[in-house]
Design a protein around this ligand. Sequence first.
Ligand code: ATP
Length: 250
Amino acid sequence: MKPVLTCRDIKVDFDGFYALKGVNLNVFHEEVRFLIGPNGAGKTTLLDVICGKTRATNGQVIFEGSGQIDKMQEHKIASAGIARKFQAPSIFPKLTVFENLELSVKQKKSVWALLTAKLNSEVKAKIDYILEKINLQNERNREAGELAHGQKQWLEIGMQLIQEPNLLLLDEPIAGMSGVEREKTGYLIHDIAKECSVLVVEHDMDFVRNFSKQVTVMHEGAVLCEGSMAEVQENEQVVEVYLGRGKKVC
Ligand SMILES: Nc1ncnc2c1ncn2[C@@H]1O[C@H](COP(=O)(O)OP(=O)(O)OP(=O)(O)O)[C@@H](O)[C@H]1O
């Protein structure tokens, strides 16, 4: 199977400190890949390199359909089909849920196309589709600022999905969520993966255990191991890394 994303020997040097020391990673179609590892392992830095926020000192990022993307500007990488949901909120609280999604629809190049009713109905259908996916169809006319915490997070995910990415990067998507919201988010992520691969950085091991198939463990700027959660939990190095820092992986 051909990967949708390949990271090859990625190194990042922050003024002499190597946050990434040669990371290799493949993410495949229809995959939800979890990226775990203790604080400072380099998980966020890797997402930053993939979306173009941070430049790799060495290595290549290859994205299906676009070739090598690590020299491309951030907005070009986004246009190529890599979406990133940051932890910091990006919704417009005074606009409705519908309006937030409308603003996020990819701007079409042709002004004429923008003016046609056909496009408007297409856009509406697309927003309806996303609203259903993120389970906010009954909140479409509510101001986004009034939504519950979990619903705001789903709206933000929807604002990324509406741009039809091929890869979605999520950084701790369930932070601050209730148990029910966490579970819904887990199912949402798997639903998204039917159309768009998902790479998730997550610290919550219960969540990873419940919703992961393939997990990549990072430590000190490198990939320690990959496998199912059951497999990585058995890995002695992984146990040592987590227990050595007073954290449990199981
Ligand atoms: N801009 C920067 N300049 C210097 N060092 C940095 C910079 N960004 C990150 N680092 C360092 O790089 C290392 C990796 O950080 P990173 O945030 O990628 O880890 P992480 O695995 O995402 O950690 P956490 O789980 O705590 O978010 C850390 O030691 C961090 O202090």
